[in-house]
Write a protein that binds this ligand. Structure first.
Ligand code: CMP
Length: 410
């Protein structure tokens, strides 16, 4: 630990000992070690990031060059609840990966209860994914990875290997392979137990009696068709997340993109971080559109520039659109249907949410957009580009239609 870090520790520890209850006051500052990928230099740069909760200001210190990189400046972009190792925050359009706590105080205060868990939405409930996501966000969990996949019999048997000797095993495998599932990595305070509480008791009949508000009571049918699965421990979560989101990118089960008769919808990063993904997907499903594939991505700036290239020099917001698309994870949906490109575009509404609210108040952008750049969703303009845009995002590997368009998989 260098001198600066030690100073921060001491300063914050003083604050701890001054007050008996940490939650009664607003601590002076939190410290993190953060990384930013500099696309121009193709380098990962390291910073100490300080956040001052009292006035919402941030300060950055360049670790390698040992100098202040950003003087203490107020920002609307960073919130205490976003600050934990493994998460990404945006400071003046730079996406910073929080890779470690900068001092013991910050680790104790913000890091002790953070967990990751697997949420698996089973085939019978995939059409309810919007509503389930909404419940997840309302429980203060965030989605950090997501993918719709279709499991084979042997993959499902592997996933449920611990139940191999049970009488219900074959039915369980059969139900899990009866259609696509949606795998999600959830993160938050005590995520393992919180997600299991949101799900409720295993058997939907029991859930009805004991926890009528839980998702299994609301959407489940019995013990097998019980909406979803949740890891039962920290260790199981790590194993099960590795199954769907292996550390070696491209090795997990592929997404379900069909790439025909389809259009592409991207739920933009601002909408994801505002917790609107559930509401948006719910609106899409309620309007009768079929979500045939889904995957969360982090888009690099160069890829976002290429993806939006047709708008370059055409719309004045081009550069801001690029910045928004790579400012955090986005959720890419494949919307399937014979007339999907045109019908879905109409459903999204005018690109400017202000205009949309006047002219087409029930469209997605009227309901969830803020301005021309943060307009909730991108959708494919031309019908013939639907499969191309979905493919750009969802086909990982050598058969990419446009390999450059990919950021890192989520
Ligand atoms: P899940 O959370 O996916 O984890 C294991 C699954 O086994 C569980 O949900 C149920 O779908 C299933 N299961 C557990 N107990 C029973 C049971 N007694 N009868 C039928 N299915 C069960």
């Amino acid at each position: 630990m260098n001198n600066i870090m030690i100073l921060i520790c001491i300063k914050n520890m003083d604050l701890c000992s001054d007050k008996s209850n940490l939650f009664k006051y607003n601590p002076e500052r939190f410290a993190f070690l953060a990384e930013w990928y500099d696309p121009v230099a193709a380098l990962l740069r390291r910073y100490q990031l300080f956040f001052y909760p009292r006035d919402g200001s941030v300060e950055m210190y360049d670790v390698k060059n040992q100098r202040v990189f950003l003087r203490r400046t107020k920002t609307e972009d960073v919130h205490t609840e976003d600050l934990f190792v493994g998460n990404k925050v945006h400071v003046f359009s730079r996406q910073l990966n929080l890779i470690d706590y900068g001092d013991q105080f910050t680790a104790n205060k913000l890091g002790s209860k953070k967990e990751r868990t697997l949420a698996l939405i089973k085939p019978d409930s995939v059409t309810k994914i919007g509503d389930v996501l909404e419940k997840i966000y309302r429980s203060n969990l965030i989605v950090t990875k997501g993918k719709m996949v279709k499991l084979s019999g042997s993959q499902a048997a592997d996933f449920y290997a611990e139940h191999q000797s049970k009488a219900f095993f074959n039915n369980l495998v059969q139900s899990l392979t009866s259609g696509p599932v949606v795998a999600l990595e959830l993160m938050g305070d005590e995520a393992v137990s919180v997600w299991r509480r949101v799900l409720g008791p295993t058997d939907a009949a029991q859930a009805h009696k004991e926890a009528p508000q839980c998702v299994r009571a609301q959407y489940g049918a019995d013990a097998i068709h019980n909406v979803g699965h949740g890891s039962d421990s920290f260790v199981a979560a790590a194993r099960e997340l590795e199954f769907f989101f292996p550390s070696t990118i491209g090795h997990g089960p592929p997404n379900t993109a069909v790439l025909t008769d389809c259009t592409c919808c991207i739920i933009k990063p601002h909408a994801i971080s505002e917790g609107l993904a559930g509401k948006i997907i719910d609106s899409i499903s309620s309007a009768g559109f079929e979500v045939s594939a889904l995957q969360m991505f982090n888009v690099e700036r160069a890829n976002a520039e290429e993806f939006f290239e047709v708008y370059k020099g055409v719309v004045p917001e081009y550069s801001d659109m690029v910045t928004e698309l790579c400012s955090g994870p986005c959720l890419v949906l494949e919307i399937h249907g014979a007339n999907a490109p045109q019908a879905f575009r109409e459903f999204c509404g005018p690109a400017d949410p202000e205009i949309a609210r006047h002219l087409r108040p029930s469209t997605l952008r009227a309901l969830h957009g803020k301005d021309k750049v943060k307009n909730a969703v991108h959708c494919t303009d031309l019908p013939e580009d639907g499969a191309l845009e979905v493919g750009s995002y969802t086909l990982l590997g050598p058969s990419l239609l446009c390999p450059l368009l990919f950021g890192s998989e989520h």
